[in-house]
Write a protein that binds this ligand. Structure first.
Ligand SMILES: Nc1ncnc2c1ncn2[C@@H]1O[C@H](COP(=O)(O)OP(=O)(O)OP(=O)(O)O)[C@@H](O)[C@H]1O
Ligand SMILES: [Mg+2]
Length: 235
């Protein structure tokens, strides 16, 4: 298997690390049949990639073979943000979905023990058809069979249909909500959109909480959390 190195995944402050840990534990309580989990949000910049990356790191850290599939094919910043690099020509999910390479060419081992990645190496303008195709379904089936957890980092729900397509291949979704920024109406819209898929919403993550206002933010979070566990994470 080919190798990628993640150069810039720094340890989180205690509170944030503990919140991601709580999220990991809560997802574990969702049941052994919940293996493929999509991280989504209503709008850009709410922290989907941040939560995906750190959850992946923690899951691998406790011994769960975990693969993170970058499904933000239009606008992925994962490789630059986290300093992800490897030797030779790197193929990514778009190459696989377009039929240019095979699955084993885009699943990489990393320097995080137990942590595997399917990266985006080339952003593409219109991935919807690719995400609806058989090759994406085959990737999901394979990963589900090979790994303890399959995490999917996705684009925001409000802009494009990609997230809805991806949801149909997952066992559950987690909605990341940026504290104090994303409106209640947007969050409710996202919940309704996710309800249209058959995939359960496992919980919400209230992200980027101003800890000096934690009491009122907590109340805000509970108002929005209607499914499964209480999200339970406010990194
Ligand atoms: N809990 C957090 N603590 C500190 N920084 C954070 C946190 N969550 C997100 N960030 C930072 O906020 C910025 C946006 O986060 P991120 O890229 O994860 O959002 P996103 O939802 O994936 O955005 P996009 O929709 O563009 O993919 C990044 O610089 C990220 O490092
Ligand atoms: Mg992102």
């Amino acid at each position: 298997m080919r190798q990628l190195t993640v150069h810039q995944l720094h340890p989180l402050p205690f509170d944030a690390a503990e919140s991601i840990n709580q999220l990991r534990v809560n997802l574990g309580f969702c049941g052994t049949d919940i293996k493929s989990i999509m991280l989504t949000s209503s709008t850009p910049d709410e922290g989907k990639s941040f939560v995906s990356m750190n959850l992946w790191h923690q899951m691998a850290g406790v011994g769960a073979r975990t693969i993170l599939v970058d499904c933000d094919l239009r606008n992925s910043e994962m490789r630059t943000r986290y300093g992800i690099g490897g030797q030779g020509k790197l193929y990514g999910i778009a190459h696989y979905l377009a039929g240019q390479v095979e699955l084993e060419d885009v699943i990489y081992e990393t320097n995080v023990a137990g942590g595997y990645l399917v990266p985006v190496t080339t952003n593409i303008a219109n991935p919807s058809i690719l995400l609806e195709g058989e090759r994406f379904a085959a990737l999901m089936k394979y990963c589900r069979g090979q790994f303890d957890y399959v995490l999917l980092d996705t684009p925001p729900l409000m802009n494009v249909a990609d997230g809805m397509n991806i949801a149909t291949h997952c066992d559950g979704s987690v909605l990341v909500v940026r504290s104090g920024v994303t409106s209640r109406r947007l969050v409710e819209n996202s919940i309704h959109m996710l309800q249209k898929t058959s995939t359960p919403l496992l919980g919400t993550v209230l992200n980027r909480v101003d800890t000096s206002r934690r009491a009122s933010q907590y109340y805000y979070k509970r108002n929005y959390t209607k499914y499964g566990y209480d999200g339970g994470s406010n990194p």
